[in-house]
Design a protein around this ligand. Structure first.
Ligand SMILES: [Zn+2]
Length: 174
């Protein structure tokens, strides 16, 4: 199993070739965005956020947002190291924390300074409009994030989570 430094190095080495591979298919801009998503996925949204790790410490003062995730998700389980499901859960968790943070900020600014900022629903509508207008970018981000997970899993020595290898108990002879 690779250590954090190896994962970081491999992510940084692989992100640009990954972006280049996307370029003929999705265009240069999407290729660059895909490379960035790959790097962000490997360095900040790594499957190893389920344990004390370099990606966790990269969140700095905000690393506490991953505390419930670490408590609830066992290390190297299906829910952190599972293809597709691992990244989907981390994105969902990050989105939930961002939404909560935005609501708190909105409330604080309104009550202390009388300022109003865009509501989460306005932000979501704007994000949706942008995503629908630029499907290649959305695809390149999704591919970049998930590809970084696959690199991580391959370096861990196995692309499948530990649960998937548990053999069913042998039946007792009758
Ligand atoms: Zn791992």
């Amino acid at each position: 199993m690779a250590i954090g430094r190896d994962h970081d190095r491999a992510t940084l080495v692989a992100c640009m070739p990954f972006g280049l591979a996307l370029t003929p298919w999705l265009g240069l801009e999407a290729g660059l965005i895909g490379a960035g998503a790959f790097a962000f996925g490997g360095l900040w949204l790594s499957p190893d956020l389920d344990t004390q790790s370099k990606p966790l410490h990269r969140w700095g003062a905000l690393r506490w947002i991953w505390w419930p995730y670490r408590r609830l998700v066992p290390h190297r389980s299906l829910f952190s190291h599972g293809p597709l499901i691992g990244m989907a859960l981390r994105l969902l968790w990050l989105l939930s924390c961002s939404l909560l943070g935005w609501l708190l900020l909105q409330e604080l600014l309104q009550s202390l300074l009388g300022l109003s900022i865009a509501s989460p629903s306005t932000l979501a509508a704007s994000l949706k409009t942008n995503a629908l207008a630029r499907p290649r970018m959305v695809l390149s981000v999704a591919l970049g994030l998930e590809a970084s997970v696959w690199l991580h899993l391959l370096m861990d020595g196995d692309p499948l989570p530990v649960e998937w290898h548990r053999r069913p108990r042998k039946r007792k002879r009758q």
